[in-house]
Design a protein around this ligand. Sequence first.
Ligand code: G3H
Ligand code: ZN
Length: 277
Amino acid sequence: MLIPTGQIVEDARRRGVGAGAFNVITVEHAEAVVAGAEAAGCPVILQISENAVRFHQGRLAPIAAAARAVAELSTVAVGLHLDHVESDELFDQAAGNGFGSVMFDASRLAYAANVAATADAVRRGHASGLWVESELGEVGGKNGAHKPGVRTDPGEAAAYVSATGVDALAVAVGSSHAMTTRDARLDHELIGRLRAAVSVPLVLHGSSGVPDDELRAAVKGGLVKVNIGTALNVAFTGAIRVAMAQQADVVDPRSYLRGARDAMAETVARALRVLTE
Ligand code: G3H
Ligand code: ZN
């Protein structure tokens, strides 16, 4: 069933577990994320990024409708989240397309401009019933800008949350977007200081590159929403590569997409068990 993202995150925070949020590019991603969540018996968040909307010819409605339908038919609770939104126009399409939440990403702006743009997005989002996440201290690696040294300052984070009214804060604590190896090391001392300074749930981006023990420690330390994207694509593309090598004359996409979808579902189930054990 489809439920508001904020409810999934608040429930996870109350229980002291992580809420897994997985990136959806194709309908097979949505099916795999929900199948993995059902196998693990956990609620889950489906998230569609502005980049994924760009891939779908700039149209949000078709992929959003597919993800929403998969969510509604699920036996576990599923949230629908619009991720890394920089465009005001896209932000304003969220509520009408069934999303319960949006991550408004002004992290590339200077602090004052980020605060002003985010406060405005929060006002508009709350007026439409949306739960709004935003980011302070760019998470390294986005759009190729690898910045492993970037960190969120706890004092600035506290001021930012009260100035913008955001419902959740994505923080830079050592993870990097789009890693295909799992060797990121998180700054757990900083996570503790952020947890103490900020009252809203904290969000970890770029979690594909974070090993299981680091993820467990991050959740114990106070990270709640955990965003995973690349790990699904590693599983998906890896399975297709194997299938292609085994059958060079393959034509019907179902013959290789089925295994690729199963591989993503296993990745999701495994990650959710780590976040909730
Ligand atoms: O917002 C999405 C996530 O931060 C995904 O990052 O692809 O590195 O796992 P990832
Ligand atoms: Zn992200």
